[in-house]
Design a protein around this ligand. Structure first.
Ligand code: DGJ
Length: 725
């Protein structure tokens, strides 16, 4: 049962499995006392003693006692010598804050966060911990929502200026968690284009460590996620505390170990390019951060994140529905296509069972390469003489849905839009604009630009029968400046950009509820919980090589479930790596996500096309399990030559197991692998081999896997539970 118990000095949030405890210290300082496995009884005296300031508070203040106190929301400048979560500048230019307890209110459910993506749900309770700074006349409400069905707490902070003067938020993170020890490994996901979210695990060391982005997007280079795992924690067992930010822009996720081996973890908007002027009477809401606790290893951590994504974050018609198997023309044609060429691909796609044809980049303006036309969202009649509607009609006539690519946040210097509105892009007057992929970024901090962007997409969706949109974003911020913002608000631009973008997306999904949106940013450059709130799937990476995808999908699954990951079979030699992997392996890896193809099926050898047809039939049969089952990582490509995972349906009657070996090794025993997530008491038949096994046998002794020869070899098995007698 989920409850928030508020007593004189303690506040205890708990559900059936986790507890979070806050203490109100002498003088009203909110201290962090515990986050972990559920506890039944608390001894307030001991808990408070452990966190308390030595002696009388005013005396301790002179001794900077806050420097040793585990706090819920530490502010800069008041005896706190560690980096804190809050810096507020007041009228006289000073930047200290002193937040004291006012009240603890408990509400059923969870309030929405105005203008921001956030988790939702009725089956949760929310603590509104109200704090106040008397000198600043600033109200701060720390919001904590604890869910009934997952071991997660969502946090955010609301600031309300009650003074007569403006206040300036120079830093206001979403979360601070003071953990009274440092015996942890830090896990983060960092990489690059086509190498997104590499799993990085290293012991915490004294001092500052972490990840962040000042690119204007959560980025290809790192993810707004961080986990503290005990050194002995494995996939299957051990403690983990982890957090992810529900935000797609600049962020920080950091851990600081102090000389007493206490660890302070903080997460929120990166303050390198952030500041917010809070006028008298105005409010500011931080993005939300989701914290999870697991004592069942990294597998348990992922289970919690996956549940949050599935049941409390993703919305719309496709949230729990089978995702259409798509074919995207990007790697098949790049910019070089016409209607007939597209239809030729679509016809074969329809014949083998594909359900959605997606027209990628190059259909608008005069875009024959990546150096023009972004912003001019009008069909290129040279390529598509009948326009989008004729193409959509012909694709629909083949029995396929029709999808379209946009990159709405961008503007090419060679575009009518730029010629008409050169000041609509992010730029600094007097400086040569730095281009990325030959393009500039539209200034979404401006309402007029947001209106244009909304209509650029909405008008096309209204005029044509479009069932799916791929929303791309292919460069990061530079020369950050806005023509409209006054000087003192220029540092608001990156966050205003995100608010503008979220506003556009909210309108679009509301106005076009039948459209399936897929987020993309040069691959997985904005794969975060913020985007997932609007678009239920994300293009995981531009790297479609099956072996690279083993790594990328394996580590992406730490936070994100299979239904969030776009994953396609592409041509060989692979366009990113030059590797030749068999069609079976390409299919086996890709089917653990939103499945599709990224190639010209007409160029496949006949036997591969037959294999494609079989893959599609199989995915259609299994996709509910593949997308929405429990995903368990079994063998890590970061630790060796092999990758394995299994997805088990919630009722455990069906599972799909995948094993890939990167490099063939002669003279080795066939791998024996213990499976997870099955019903111990059930008997499973492997449909591909006809063999039967006990669930307990598969999980305790293991499955002996026979691999085909050659590099990049793989098997994928369907396990079905036999009816119990
Ligand atoms: C980057 C995306 O990640 C690709 O899939 C493709 O859509 C290109 N952009 C098109 O320019």
């Amino acid at each position: 049962m989920t409850e928030i118990l508020v007593s004189d000095k303690l506040i205890h949030l708990r559900n059936a499995r986790i507890s979070y405890v806050i203490g109100i210290l002498e003088g009203g300082i909110p201290a962090h006392l515990y986050f972990g496995k559920r506890v039944e009884k608390l001894n307030p005296a001991s808990l408070l003693r452990a966190a308390s300031l030595p002696g009388d508070f005013s005396f301790s203040m002179q001794n900077c006692a806050l420097d040793h106190t585990p706090q819920e929301y530490p502010a800069f400048g008041l005896g706190e010598m560690r980096e804190g979560a809050l810096i507020v500048r007041q009228q006289d230019g000073t930047r200290t804050a002193d937040l004291r307890f006012v009240s603890a209110e408990v509400i059923d459910g969870k309030p929405r966060l105005a203008g921001l993506p956030a988790t939702f749900g009725d089956d949760c309770k929310t603590l509104c911990l109200k704090l106040h700074d008397e000198l600043l006349a600033l109200d701060v409400t720390l919001q904590y929502s604890i869910f009934e069905d997952c071991d997660a707490i969502a946090r955010s902070v609301l600031f309300e200026n009650r003074s007569e003067h403006a206040l300036h938020l120079e830093r206001c993170y979403s979360l601070c968690l003071d953990v009274p020890e440092s015996r942890y490994d830090l896990i983060t996901l960092s990489g690059a284009w086509a190498r997104e979210r590499e799993l990085i695990r290293r012991p915490l060391v004294m001092g500052q460590q972490g990840v962040g982005s000042i690119r204007g997007a959560s980025s290809l280079q790192t993810s707004p996620f961080l986990a503290l795992a005990r050194p002995e924690t494995t996939e299957e067992q051990g403690e983990v505390i982890a957090m992810a930010l529900v935000y797609s822009g600049n962020f920080t996720a950091q851990a600081y170990v102090d000389p007493n081996h206490y660890t302070r973890v903080m997460m929120g908007i990166n303050d390198t390019d952030f500041q917010w002027t809070l006028e008298s009477g105005a409010a500011f809401q931080t993005p939300e951060a989701v914290m999870v606790y697991s004592n069942a290893g990294l597998d348990g951590m992922s289970r919690q994140f996956h549940r949050v994504c599935a049941d409390h974050l993703v919305r719309g018609r496709y949230a729990h529905a089978p995702r259409p198997i798509l074919l995207n023309n990007w790697e098949a044609t790049y910019f070089n296509f016409n209607e007939e060429k597209l239809l030729e691909i679509a016809r074969t796609a329809a014949r083998v069972g594909v359900e959605l044809f997606v027209l990628d980049d190059g259909w608008f303006g005069h875009r024959d390469s990546d150096n023009s036309s972004l912003g001019d969202w009008f069909v290129d009649k040279r390529k598509l003489p009948g326009g989008l509607s004729a193409l959509a009609e012909k694709v629909h006539a083949l029995g396929l849905k029709f999808g379209l690519w946009f990159e709405p946040e961008m503007i090419s210097p060679d575009s009518d839009l730029y010629r008409a509105h050169p000041d609509w892009c992010i730029h600094v007057n007097g400086r040569t604009s730095i281009q990325g992929r030959n393009q500039l970024i539209l200034d979404l901090s401006r309402p007029d630009v947001c209106e244009y962007v909304y209509h650029a997409v909405a008008d096309n969706l209204a005029a044509n029968a479009i069932d799916y949109v791929k929303w791309d974003m292919n460069r990061n911020f530079s020369n950050v400046g806005s023509a409209l913002l006054p000087a003192e608000r220029q540092k608001e631009l990156p966050h205003r950009y995100m608010l503008g973008l979220y506003g556009i997306l909210e309108r679009l999904i509301h106005d076009f509820p039948h459209v399936l949106f897929e987020s993309c940013s040069s691959g997985g450059g904005r794969f975060d919980m913020g985007m997932l709130h609007y678009m239920p799937q994300t293009w995981t990476s531009d790297d479609t090589d099956a072996l690279c995808r083993c790594r990328i999908q394996y580590s992406t699954s730490l936070v994100f479930p299979p239904f969030a990951m776009g994953s396609h079979v592409s041509a060989v030699p692979n366009h990113q790596t030059g590797r030749i992997a068999p069609i079976s392996t390409r299919g086996n890896v890709a089917m653990s996500g939103c499945f599709g193809y990224e190639l010209d099926l007409n160029r496949l050898p006949e036997e591969d096309l037959l294999a494609v047809e079989k893959q599609i039939t199989r995915v259609k049969e299994l996709r509910q399990t593949l997308l929405y089952g429990d995903f368990h990582r079994l063998l890590s490509p970061y630790e060796g030559n092999d990758t394995a995972w299994i997805t088990v349906s919630p009722d455990k009657t069906q599972a799909v197991f995948m094993f890939t070996r990167a490099m063939a090794l002669p003279g080795t025993f066939p791998p024996m692998l213990r499976l997870r997530g099955l019903d111990e008491g059930a008997t499973y038949r492997i449909m591909e081999t006809g063999e039967t096994y006990g669930g307990d046998e598969l999980m305790n002794i293991g499955l002996c896997v026979t691999l085909p020869g050659g590099d990049a070899a793989s098997v994928s098995y369907t396990l079905k539970a036999e009816a119990k007698e």
